[in-house]
Design a protein around this ligand. Structure first.
Ligand code: CDP
Ligand code: CDP
Length: 225
């Protein structure tokens, strides 16, 4: 299969990063987690005690920070100014704050530049919220991965539980709904399905089922593009 550019968008807990990583591994492609980039900006804003509402300062920080996504042997390591923050960016506190940071125009511009450079000449699976609509509008394959809020909340609950965080399922569901709303209703690059994206609903799909569905779409498309 030639070096395709595969864009996967969708809401939190749809299975984007899990499924995208497996698809990338099977195709021997690079996986790029753009959500991790916004999480890293959020983490550093907190670390440097920059007020979240100071858009100019946060944007300047985002432009100048040294953000590295190192994808090796199927795993992504996130480094900020040389420090490994792979775990730190996944806390519920960062999840709550990230939509506010992600709606700052200067932050999105800074990330857009890096993301387009990373996609380069293809052989990549990039996941996020605005990849098919805005970052890589000419992607060869666009997938909109989704699932019901209840199922997504349950998955996140399980995941947090496995990592030692205890949170009420109802609270997670409320936070996921709030994040969906913020991501879908923001003015710049909102989360929405691109007209040419293929919808894959994982509510009743296993991880392997979702991977197979996407690989089949890739096979079909690669014979026509
Ligand atoms: O893993 P999860 O789906 O919870 O979120 P994520 O992919 O790590 O993204 C975290 C947040 O970053 C999202 O809720 C968005 O606010 C923001 N984001 C974005 O605005 N654009 C992207 N391309 C990716 C993430
Ligand atoms: O990146 P995104 O927020 O869209 O989702 P994720 O972090 O890849 O997946 C959230 C959780 O759901 C992970 O623990 C996955 O293992 C799980 N998952 C699942 O149980 N069934 C699926 N079909 C997809 C994901």
């Amino acid at each position: 299969m030639r070096n395709l550019i595969i864009a996967i968008d969708g809401p939190a807990g749809a299975g984007k990063s899990t499924v995208a990583q497996i698809v990338a591994r099977r195709l021997n492609y690079v996986y790029i987690d753009t959500g991790a980039m916004y999480r890293a900006v959020t983490w550093l804003t907190n670390q440097e005690k920059i007020p979240l509402e100071d858009a100019a300062k946060v944007s300047e920080m985002a432009y100048h920070m040294n953000l590295e996504l190192l994808y090796r042997e199927g795993k992504t390591t996130v480094r900020v100014n040389g420090l490994d923050v792979t775990q730190e960016i996944r806390t519920p506190a960062v999840s709550r704050l990230v939509p506010g940071i992600a709606q700052i125009a200067g932050v999105r511009e800074a990330m857009l530049k890096v993301q387009r450079e990373m996609a380069g000449r293809g052989g990549v699976v990039m996941d996020g919220r605005d990849i098919g609509t805005y970052v890589l509008p000419n992607a060869d394959i666009k997938i909109f991965l989704t699932a019901s809020v209840a199922v997504r909340a349950k998955r996140r609950w399980q995941e947090l539980n496995n990592r030692g965080f205890t949170m009420e399922l109802a609270q997670i569901e409320a936070e996921i709904s709030a994040r969906d709303k913020a991501d879908c209703e923001r003015d710049i690059a909102p989360l929405c399905q691109a007209p040419d994206a293929i919808l894959v609903d994982t509510t009743d799909l296993t991880i392997e089922g979702a991977v197979t569905a996407i690989l089949n779409i890739c096979k079909e498309r690669s014979t026509v593009v």
